[in-house]
Design a protein around this ligand. Structure first.
Ligand SMILES: Nc1ncnc2c1ncn2[C@@H]1O[C@H](COP(=O)(O)OP(=O)(O)O)[C@@H](O)[C@H]1O
Ligand SMILES: [Mg+2]
Length: 262
């Protein structure tokens, strides 16, 4: 693709940890990049797992998304890093971000701080993916306010469904009060185990609850994702022909065909 932007902003949200938010952010981005999209990844979790997933040591960084949010003198351009993957840039985070949740409370328009920062680079990218922390606090509300769409990754397990009701309530509130055009781009089942009846039943229940918002693409459970993570690479480059890589390419195509990635 020749020109880029304006970017469509997508928040990857689930207040439960370990559901595949970061893994899906990395690998969906890599697949979109293969399809020619220019992608900015925003690490919005103080754990910095997304940043580490691209081989940066987040704790050695002086300028992160925290500085962009909290200091008027720091431009977003100063914090964005290139990655080893063509077409993917990274706005990193580290533990500093954990202070932002408290400090933002006293800011004017505290829910819009991330949106304002991202607006400055909207014309440089096709898609901006925000990897949220496992909470529904002010940082996640900032992500939902900045976003056009939400992707909800969740593990194909019954207990995972319960958390989603509270998440949907939060999305509704943000739509109501801050971001009327916010939409749910899709619900993504991860760590699916086709051998268990349990996994298949959960997909059935998800479709009952969310209808065609559930992505047809389902991400199977495989150790290759952890291996790729150790290698600090997306699975699309670490094991390009692995079914796990293929499934994120399928997800990217599904998102594009739904209008979720220009
Ligand atoms: N489809 C999958 N199959 C097996 N393991 C996975 C899969 N997706 C993610 N994982 C692993 O599960 C753990 C949690 O995933 P992660 O993406 O960090 O979740 P979150 O960001 O929601 O906390 C990581 O160790 C990751 O490598
Ligand atoms: Mg994560």
């Amino acid at each position: 693709m020749e020109g880029h932007g304006p970017a469509r902003v997508i928040a990857m949200v689930n207040q439960k940890g370990g559901v595949g938010k970061t893994t899906s952010t990395i690998n969906l981005a890599a697949a979109l990049a293969e399809y020619g999209r220019k992608v900015l990844l925003v690490d919005f979790d103080p754990q910095g797992a997304l940043s580490a997933g691209f081989g940066t040591n987040p704790h050695e960084l002086d300028i992160t998304v925290y500085n962009v949010l909290m200091e008027r003198k720091t431009s977003i351009h100063d914090a964005i890093l290139p990655t080893d993957i063509e077409n993917i840039d990274l706005l990193p985070a580290n533990i500093d971000l954990s202070a932002a949740e408290v400090q933002l409370v006293n800011e004017v328009a505290r829910e819009q701080v991330l949106e304002r920062a991202l607006r400055k680079v909207s014309d440089d990218y096709d898609v901006i993916l925000i990897d949220c922390q496992p909470s529904l606090g002010l940082l996640t509300v900032n992500a939902l306010t900045a976003a056009h769409g939400v992707i909800i990754p969740l593990t194909a397990e019954f207990f995972a469904l319960r958390a989603v009701a509270l998440l949907v309530e939060t999305i509704d509130k943000v739509q109501d009060r801050l971001n009327p055009s916010l939409q749910v781009d899709g619900v993504l089942a991860t760590m699916y185990d086709a051998r268990t009846l349990h996994s298949r039943e959960v997909i059935g229940r998800l479709i009952e609850a969310f209808g065609d918002q559930v992505f047809q693409t389902v991400i199977k459970r495989t150790i290759k994702f952890a291996d790729a993570n150790v290698a600090a690479e997306p699975i699309t480059s670490y094991a390009s022909n692995h079914p796990g890589a293929e499934s994120y390419r399928m997800l990217a195509r599904e998102l594009i065909s739904r209008g979720g990635a220009p």
